[in-house]
Design a binder for this molecule. Structure first.
Ligand SMILES: Nc1nc2c(c(=O)[nH]1)N[C@H]1C(S)=C(S)[C@@H](COP(=O)(O)OP(=O)(O)OC[C@H]3O[C@@H](n4cnc5c(=O)[nH]c(N)nc54)[C@H](O)[C@@H]3O)O[C@H]1N2
Ligand SMILES: Nc1nc2c(c(=O)[nH]1)N[C@H]1C(S)=C(S)[C@@H](COP(=O)(O)OP(=O)(O)OC[C@H]3O[C@@H](n4cnc5c(=O)[nH]c(N)nc54)[C@H](O)[C@@H]3O)O[C@H]1N2
Ligand code: SF4
Ligand SMILES: [Mo]
Length: 914
């Protein structure tokens, strides 16, 4: 659907669960290929025209570089017919020989609802097993389980408007400023209009979100249940509970209160146990008690824990106790991660759920689903949850697995075991848009899926808003939509009658019909108003919030009337007590590893890693360490450090920072083997899961930390990708490296323990260049050069272990190499500006050999604003020289922060430093 004025197509951002509306305009590049311009959709109710850094840079990720363009069987490129036959036969063989419980699908919150619907139908209705689970298990399953325990069904009761309307927003285990930036901007803007509004962040780290909050409570990891039990006790002790609401609409209050009082009746003791200031805790409790309009937002600091479900219920208990559920400005609010985490829940993508929010706990539901589908079989009991599924693959129980739109070799805990399991598994099918991911390398059959801009369907965001993702680009190569691929495999397995769809709108139609089938208000998920929707109507479908039935076209809030989906119709308090995380620190593993996200990368970087803008903010795997913990181990900023646990090891650059508590370290989740060596935190993470939800404890693994004692550090910037070179570095005993996409170069960082014998030979060989007398070229590296036109200038000081070289072709820099015994190497931000020059002057050449920017203004410093490439040094100069006093002043001078606004929290932090 275009907007009527231009060629813009209205679609939805494919990244986070905020679900922003995007206007996308594809045009032809004069040089061939396609340009994609994106802007926020002002009419979309989730973002009203705003987009964060990732959304704004979508145009940098839609090209064909790295895409999987044709099906592959083993190493061979094949046509679709052959690939689909092999996939279907492989599954059929395993099914016939071993039975429906021995095959599995591992799917994703990045599938569209229509894709997800048919994947679930194929597994649960035709294969007849329930071993379909999704990466949402790693993400939202504790919230799902907590909602079901309290409300009887998986319902997010509020909407984004509530966050604006609230007088108090409590953010628990959520780095909203970086992970849900547009929601965060909406909260911050509303505070400007409401001077009484307060934002509180509960996070062991001082995140950019905490930085912008009125109060940050850096609680000890894993103490959330205690803190919220303390709140329930406080509300009771101070007569702040809503007795009428409790008696009219809830059950089990006494046992929840008793549990709370048993461990958390003394505020001072709670504060001591959570390791926070009693005054700060009292402040939070008072604000919560006195603000009827309170929203408590929770995310992975809550869900990803062996107590995740209990944490969720400890929060909901406080909202039930004060009657703040589903009311304007008052709700618990689970904010979802992926663009279609909610859609997956709606179609039964979790192994313990059925389609249309039905479940195995109600014996009528499997029958009802089977009857509606008229399918030969139906799963009768839950299947393996993600971590169990990969254990079962590793044990040889599961014989065939199909991975769609997720990268488990990187993102599951205990990733080394997951890699071994995929290696061993008899039959692995992978559907992805990218050719080379850590998971695609295990595929027996590799199926190219259409990516964002090519695919077409619906997604549901955190506030239950169903929006269309629309295609505006031609399909890449032979790529096909996921729903089509699944249906074709289903047909070839002999299930043609169940998968007759010609268009995704037909699948949506069936999904809508199932939601209303024999429902009559008994089940929450109902969009039956859309039954019979035509292709044209589907194409024009405007965003709306479910449920949507004949009388009600959109529902911003649910459960505000006190009617719940439990057998009694009443909400359930859940008695919860604090349990310790699965593994405690000990002498061997004395620190707690926490893991999560950074501002500009998305998960395993298969898409954001292609964007120079998004790779400029935090380009490398790093490990955040408190100064005391670093000092105790003699660790300096920038050196390579290693963390290890019972399960494995990972390495990154040391970031010594007070944002960390002394006993914890943090590592981002984004780096894989595709982008780094040893940069994947998943190898280290404990595979323990929450007993109710099965969600892994990604935020709490005991680890050991040590400096890697590297003998030398170095980096290369090169116009040509030199992947082979980087691999060779690995072969030469380098212990760590990472590759980063820059706007005019690829950057490779590395370090090694043993000195390099002949550094010039080593450096030149890396580019396929021999020593000066030999003419050299290497097509293998994509770099070839007639030495006549080229200059190799270098500086060496063997006794100091320093080497600097630049390779200049027709006065333009082609590559440069810097090596030193310490991580103190020239600023990459300065060198980026050298690559932007069409012609190098004498001064530039000298500066390259000196390893120093000719003057301070040549180095912009680490990039803060990725939209306009504004670095920290430039911002600091504007503060000092132009008297900028606010983020708005900096925006006025430098434009930083004026496009997507994602860097505003960091601008504020820089202002606070001065
Ligand atoms: N930039 C970016 N945005 C994203 C994503 C991305 O990859 N990149 N991914 C999306 C997805 S799928 C998801 S699920 C969301 C996740 O969004 P968030 O949940 O906000 O992100 P995380 O960084 O995983 O974790 C949040 C915080 O939990 C804190 N935490 C750790 N342990 C505890 C604890 O015991 N208690 C409390 N209270 N807090 C704790 C961590 O320090 C961390 O700051 O982000 C979505 N948005
Ligand atoms: N240590 C640690 N690990 C974590 C977490 C953590 O906080 N700490 N968080 C967990 C969470 S919340 C999440 S959500 C997961 C995310 O982890 P993953 O789901 O593994 O990460 P992605 O990189 O998003 O993987 C998506 C894959 O699908 C491909 N893809 C994209 N679009 C499509 C499409 O339309 N069709 C197909 N077929 N393929 C597509 C991409 O190229 C990519 O390979 O990570 C989890 N892992
Ligand atoms: S907040 Fe950013 S990543 Fe999330 S949907 Fe909006 S633009 Fe996309
Ligand atoms: Mo997630």
């Amino acid at each position: 659907m275009s907007d009527g004025q231009t060629n813009c197509v209205k679609t939805t951002c494919p990244y986070c669960g905020v679900g922003c509306g995007v206007k996308a305009d594809a045009g032809a590049k004069p040089s061939g290929g396609t340009t994609v311009e994106v802007s926020g959709d002002k009419e979309h109710g989730s973002n009203y025209g705003l987009l964060c850094s990732k959304g704004s840079a979508l145009g940098e990720t839609t090209d064909l570089e790295g895409r999987l363009l044709q099906p592959q069987v083993g190493d061979k490129t094949v046509d679709w017919d052959s690939a689909l036959d092999v996939a279907a036969k492989g599954f059929k063989r395993a099914l016939d020989k071993y039975g429906p419980d021995r095959v599995a699908f591992y799917v994703s919150g990045q599938l569209l609802t229509e894709d997800y619907y048919v994947a679930n139908k194929l597994m649960k209705g035709y294969i007849g097993g329930a071993n379909i689970d999704t990466n949402s298990r790693l993400c939202m399953s504790s919230a799902v389980a907590g909602h079901k325990r309290a409300f009887g069904n998986d319902i997010v009761t509020g909407c984004y408007e509530d966050l604006e309307e609230a007088d108090l927003v409590v953010l628990v285990g959520s780095n909203t400023a970086w992970c849900h930036p547009i929601v965060f901007q909406r909260i911050i803007r509303s505070r400007k209009d409401n001077p009484n509004k307060k934002i509180v962040t509960l996070d062991p780290r001082r995140t950019p979100t905490a930085e912008q909050s009125d109060l940050h409570i850096p609680l000890k990891p894993g103490t959330d249940v205690l803190l919220f039990n303390g709140l329930l006790a406080y509300l009771h002790q101070n007569d702040k509970l809503d007795a009428a609401y409790i008696s009219d609409f809830t059950e089990n209050f006494d046992s929840a209160l008793n549990a709370a009082l048993s461990e958390a009746s003394d505020l001072e003791a709670v504060a001591a146990e959570c390791d926070v200031s009693a005054d700060d805790l009292r402040q939070l409790y008072e604000w919560f008690a006195d603000n009827p309009k309170t929203v408590t937002v929770f995310s992975q600091g809550v869900n990803q824990s062996t107590q995740g479900t209990d944490k969720v219920n400890s929060i909901i208990n406080c909202h039930l106790g004060t009657g703040r559920v589903g009311k304007p400005g008052a709700s618990p609010f689970s904010i979802t991660g992926q663009p279609n985490a909610m859609g997956g829940r709606e179609v039964g993508g979790l192994a313990n759920m059925l389609a249309a929010h039905m479940g195995f706990d109600n014996p009528q539901h499997p029958k009802l689903v089977q009857e509606f589908w008229n399918s030969p079989k139906v799963a009768k009991q839950p299947g393996f949850k993600a971590v169990e599924m990969f254990d079962a693959i590793n044990d040889g129980y599961i014989k065939a697995v199909w991975v769609m739109a997720t990268n488990p070799a990187v993102s599951l805990p205990n990733a080394d075991l997951v890699n071994a399991a995929l290696e061993k598994c008899e039959f692995v099918v992978v559907s992805d848009c990218m050719a080379n991911t850590d998971t695609t390398r295990y595929a027996d059959v590799l199926l190219p899926a259409t990516g964002w801009g090519e695919k077409d369907g619906t997604v549901t965001n955190s506030e239950r808003r169903i929006s269309r993702q629309r295609s505006f680009l031609p399909k890449a190569g032979d790529a096909k939509p996921d729903w089509w691929i699944i249906c074709e495999v289903a047909k070839r397995m002999g299930y043609a009658s169940g998968f007759p769809y010609r268009h995704q709108a037909e699948i949506f139609n069936e999904h809508a019909a199932l939601s209303g089938y024999r429902n009559a208000g008994q089940r929450d998920f109902d969009i039956s108003d859309l039954v019979g929707i035509s292709v044209d109507e589907y194409d024009g479908l405007e965003p709306f919030q479910w449920p949507r039935v004949a009388e009600v076209k959109t529902t911003p809030r649910m459960l505000g009337d006190g009617r719940f989906y439990t057998p009694s119709g009443k909400a359930q308090f859940v008695a919860v007590n604090t349990e310790k995380p699965a593994h405690a620190v000990c002498d061997e593993y004395p620190l707690v590893l926490n893991s999560g996200r950074i501002r500009d990368h998305w998960h395993t970087m298969t898409r954001t890693g292609k964007s120079p803008k998004l790779s400029s903010h935090l380009p490398e795997p790093c490990i955040q360490i408190n100064p005391a913990a670093a000092a105790a181990r003699g660790i300096q900023e920038d050196e390579f450090v290693q963390i290890s646990s019972k399960w494995g090891t990972a390495a990154g650059r040391a970031r010594v920072t007070k944002v960390m508590r002394p006993s914890e370290v943090f590592m981002p989740i984004h780096w894989s083997e595709t982008y780094s060596a040893n940069g994947g935190v998943g190898s280290v993470v404990s595979p323990e899961v929450d007993p109710v939800s099965g969600e892994p404890e990604f935020k709490h693994t005991p680890v050991q930390l040590k400096g890697m004692g590297m003998g030398w550090y170095g980096f290369i910037l090169s116009r040509q990708p030199a992947t082979q070179y980087a691999k060779k570095i690995g072969e030469r005993g380098t212990d760590a490296w990472v590759k980063v996409k820059g706007s005019q170069f690829w950057r490779y960082e590395f370090a090694g323990s043993d000195a390099i014998e002949n550094v010039e030979q080593w450096a030149r060989a890396g580019f396929g260049l021999g020593m000066p007398e030999a003419a050299a070229s290497s097509d293998e590296l994509g770099i070839s050069i007639a030495l006549d036109d080229a200059d190799w200038i270098d500086y060496r000081d063997p006794s100091a272990g320093v080497y600097r070289a630049a390779w200049i072709v027709e006065d333009r820099i082609e590559a440069c190499v810097f090596i030193s015994p310490t991580p103190d190497l020239p600023a990459r931000s300065w060198l980026a500006s050298v690559f932007a020059k069409e012609e190098l002057g004498e001064q530039d050449r000298q500066a390259l050999l000196l390893g120093e920017a000719p003057d301070p203004s040549a180095d912009v410093g680490p990039i803060v604003c990725s939209c306009f490439g504004v670095g920290k040094n430039v911002i600091k100069r504007a503060i000092a020289e132009q008297g900028c006093k606010s983020a708005a002043d900096i925006g006025g001078c430098l434009k930083a922060g004026t496009n997507c606004g994602s860097c505003v929290p960091e601008l504020e932090a820089i202002l606070a430093e001065d």
